[in-house]
Design a protein around this ligand. Structure first.
Ligand SMILES: C[S@@+](CC[C@H](N)C(=O)[O-])C[C@H]1O[C@@H](n2cnc3c(N)ncnc32)[C@H](O)[C@@H]1O
Length: 298
């Protein structure tokens, strides 16, 4: 019956899917997967109270939240926005994505970061950090203009592929926030393509980047856009597939205000197409910030 429900979902017959999944969960109340799928169907039917109930049942049965239910609850307004995706969730997500990451068509974040850095800073960079380096797509672009390049990522599977390319001088398996905090005054360039999409409030990250940069150092990163909801805020991505992958989106005014508060000069916050599929273009921002000389940090 579960498979029939999945087929109904694929055919966009959400009502049949919800009926079938309600039967599955009644017969097997411990089936976490069915509760999650039922929530999916109920969201498509805009029955958000019932969807929230199913997501909470799922979370009780699967507290590791491999499906990203917490952020979906936030995206339908039924729970506060969590601070960030959990490292355990990210390791699992990118274990599944690592194999085909370099083949994903329509993914542009790393190219936007490279182009944006070159609009505001001049190579040669002495010491660069790729925060959330993944398989090394950004690293490949910056390698020729960087003397010493470090990568950090929480996913061992993404790192394994980066390591095989031999791009980085050093690769670290670590959470980027704690890595930055432990490396003050170390880098003249920090880039982060599509990694801060997994953080909600960016305050702690920007503070840590400020500390890790040398004076006049440059920070370039991308986020998904929240401007359609509120340019001054951040929240769960309104794209359901992205919210399921624990992706957040950030408003342009939020990015600009926070950057100034954290002691950065804003070189650029520009709209981009972060990625696109055959059916949709996902909007985002590329930001380039500079650590101002002689300005007090956060
Ligand atoms: C969307 S992929 C982008 C990878 C790479 N920057 C690129 O452009 O191809 C996001 C990467 O950020 C990593 N990541 C996300 N949050 C992280 C964190 N808190 N600490 C370290 N790595 C993180 C993920 O493991 C993943 O490899």
């Amino acid at each position: 019956m579960y498979n029939l429900a999945v087929t109904s979902m694929d055919l966009a017959d959400f009502s049949t899917a919800a009926d079938l999944l309600a039967e599955v969960t009644a017969a097997s109340p411990e089936d976490a997967r069915a509760h999650f799928a039922l929530a999916d169907a109920l969201i498509a039917l805009n029955d958000l109270d019932a969807a929230a109930l199913s997501l909470r049942r799922y979370l009780r049965l699967a507290p590791g939240d491999e499906q990203g239910a917490e952020l979906i609850l936030a995206s339908i307004g039924k729970a506060p926005v969590p601070a960030r995706a959990s490292p355990a969730f990210l390791r699992d997500l990118y274990r599944r994505k690592a194999k085909n990451w370099d083949l994903v068509p329509g993914y542009f974040a790393h190219r936007h970061v490279l182009d944006a850095v070159l609009r505001h800073a001049s190579p040669l960079f002495l010491s660069a950090l790729d925060a959330g380096c993944g398989t090394g797509l950004s690293g490949a672009g910056f390698r020729a203009m960087t003397q010493h390049m470090t990568g950090v990522d929480v996913s061992p599977d993404m790192l394994e592929r980066a390591r095989a390319k031999g791009i980085y001088d050093v690769l670290n398996e670590d959470d980027l926030l704690s890595f930055l905090t432990r490396h003050p005054d170390q880098f003249d360039l920090i880039v982060s393509a599509a990694a801060l999409i997994h953080f909600g409030d960016l305050n702690a990250v920007l503070e840590a980047v400020w500390l890790a940069l040398r004076p006049e150092g440059t920070f370039a990163f991308t986020t998904y856009s929240y401007d359609g909801s509120d340019p001054t805020a951040f929240g769960a991505s309104s794209y359901r597939e992205l919210a399921k992958s624990e992706c957040f989106a950030h408003g342009s005014a939020y990015l600009a205000d926070l950057s100034k508060t954290c002691g950065f000069e804003i070189c650029e916050v520009s709209e981009i197409i972060h990625e696109q599929s055959s059916t949709q273009k996902i909007p985002g921002f590329v930001a380039v910030l500079r650590k101002k000389n002689g300005v007090e940090g956060p």
